[in-house]
Write a protein of this length. Structure first.
Length: 342
């Protein structure tokens, strides 16, 4: 017999006892003597029996599994969030299925359907850049499957969220550049359909307003904020009529691409152009010069998201009340933004 085909009936046949006795013993029932239990467990181990946990859990209408969907696992923020989710899930006795949408709506829709078909108990997700409506999440609500949205805000009623205060982070980053003497500050922004980038743009504008610096639309450069986008945006910066002395990028990835390009063109950072990113990925600290950035606290957001999901799982679907948790960001000042040497 192959190991993966071993059943309680095979164990019962090998020992010449009833299958019901084997089942009770493997479930540690007190209706079976310790001596018989040991004999059954020893035979199960000898034959290579493995319990079908999926079938057992489905009988209880519970799989002890949650799904996680992120745009890109390679992004430091999302890998940190996954680590926080997995740590919390493990402590709760849950398994985690990790998926990535690669910023594609169609892929995100397929992943939602796949996770639902696999009967996950709940889902934690950060939506893709292409996600403009959320109809593909309706089935989860109908099935009573709780979902927690983290990082990227979605305009969905009755949904649980764990979000960063993106406005505050962008305000702090831009305010820091201004206090370092920058006046002509470019903002690298992401897709306008995502609230996360709209809020970072609002924070940038608010800092300018505080210091009575006029907002100029041409200093806001939009892209998908990949590293190659950072290079393209840096090229545009050098062609602007204003003498740019600061850049606030809505993520570190584009900021790093821009830094590398500007340095190749002989631009001194921060003397000529000071720079601040957003996310605090590991590469930002080892750049030359090290990149100032906003710490998104990915691990903390992951833990908060998982705890909120498990909190919802303890409540009957019709009795659940949505909750939003806001995480405060922090500015990490490094050499890339220090125009004024202390």
């Amino acid at each position: 017999m192959e190991n993966n085909l071993i059943t309680i009936h095979d164990i019962a046949k090998a020992l010449g006892i009833d299958s019901s006795t084997v089942s009770r013993a493997l479930n540690n029932s007190n209706r079976v003597s310790l001596k018989t239990k040991k004999k059954i467990i020893d035979k199960a181990n000898e034959l290579g029996y493995q319990r079908n946990l999926l079938a057992s859990n489905l009988r209880r209408n519970k799989t002890n599994t949650i799904g996680v969907i992120v745009p890109r696992i390679s992004r430091y923020f999302f890998s940190s969030a996954i680590s926080g989710i997995e740590k919390t899930a493990f402590e709760k006795g849950y398994n985690v299925i990790i998926c990535q949408s690669l910023e594609q709506l169609e892929r995100e829709e397929n992943l939602i359907n796949t996770l639902a078909a696999n009967r996950v108990d709940g889902i934690i997700m950060s939506v893709s850049m292409e996600t403009l409506n959320y109809n593909h999440l309706d089935g989860l609500k109908k099935n009573g499957t709780p979902i927690v949205i983290f990082d990227r805000h979605c305009d969905i009623p009755d949904r649980n969220n764990v979000l960063l205060d993106d406005f505050a982070g962008a305000f702090e980053a831009t305010n820091h550049l201004i206090e370092e003497g920058c006046i002509n500050i470019v903002h690298f922004s992401g897709p306008k359909n995502l609230n996360v980038y709209r809020n970072r743009l609002k924070g940038y504008k608010a800092a300018l307003e505080k210091h009575e610096i006029p907002f100029r639309e041409n200093l806001v450069l939009n892209s998908h904020l990949m590293q190659e986008d950072g290079i393209t945006l840096a090229e545009k910066v050098l062609r602007l009529p204003e003498s740019i002395d600061g850049i606030f990028s809505a993520n570190d990835v584009a900021a790093i691409g821009a830094m590398q390009y500007l340095k190749q063109k002989g631009i001194n950072i921060p003397k000529d152009i000071a720079m601040v990113g957003f996310s605090n990925g590991p590469t930002s600290a080892v750049m030359d010069p090290p990149l100032s950035t906003i710490d998104q606290s990915g691990g903390k957001m992951g833990e908060l998201s998982a705890n909120l999901l498990f909190e919802q799982l303890q409540i009957k679907p019709l009795e659940r009340e949505s909750k939003t948790i806001i995480v405060k960001p922090s500015l990490l000042i490094r050499e890339s933004s220090k125009k004024k040497k202390k």
